[in-house]
Write a new protein. Sequence first.
Length: 245
Amino acid sequence: MDSAESSSPVRSNGDGEMNIFVQSEYHGNFVLEVENSNTIEDVFITVLPIWRLKAIPEPKLYFNGQRLEREKSLADYGIDDGSILHLECTDWTFRVANMREWPNKILGRKEIIITDRPLAIWEREHDKVLLGLLVEKIRSGGRKILDFENDSWRDVVTKFNEATGLKYEDKYLHERFSFYKYEYRIVNNMRHHPEFSWDHQRQVIIATDAEWNEYIKENPTAKRYRRRAVPYFDLLEIVFAEKEE
């Protein structure tokens, strides 16, 4: 899950209206104009269509690591102007025609507006910066950086924020690291599969449709990499390959 710092002020006008941010890996990133009386359910029905609201696994929203209950308000959780919520919602693709509609509009409270305000989201360049810092630490001081409970990791967090101009907390960069580990294992397994090959120029797995279909039957998590490039895989290898030997 892509994550960010959760309480950087954006604006304060004192009338109950504010901007909050919702970030998700599969369903986009949103800037919402809300009031503190709006509920978590209001946020869900603003950013997700009916087919996904009703799908399994159910979507979840988090703020500062806490899962949010749908019936509670933003004020109940201290969500204020500039707060960032993290939407955990898998790319569930089965749909039928009558489920493509959006939920009914919010009644009795201010309708949430999706604004066009620019949102700082996780970009591929951020991966390059974070992995580059991890590789630098590993090469200079060994793999103890991967323990996350030392000054080396905190130094990486500081340098990452300085390099990107962002304000990511330790735990969210740690979550990104966990995603790297997950991604490395999936892609590395495919790279060593006898029916697959690796395009070094495009940084993608190459296989026939029949080979992909057969592999995905046994390894459904590989589906997203059928056409997905992993341009920083050489850095992932430095971070993880030696650890797994």
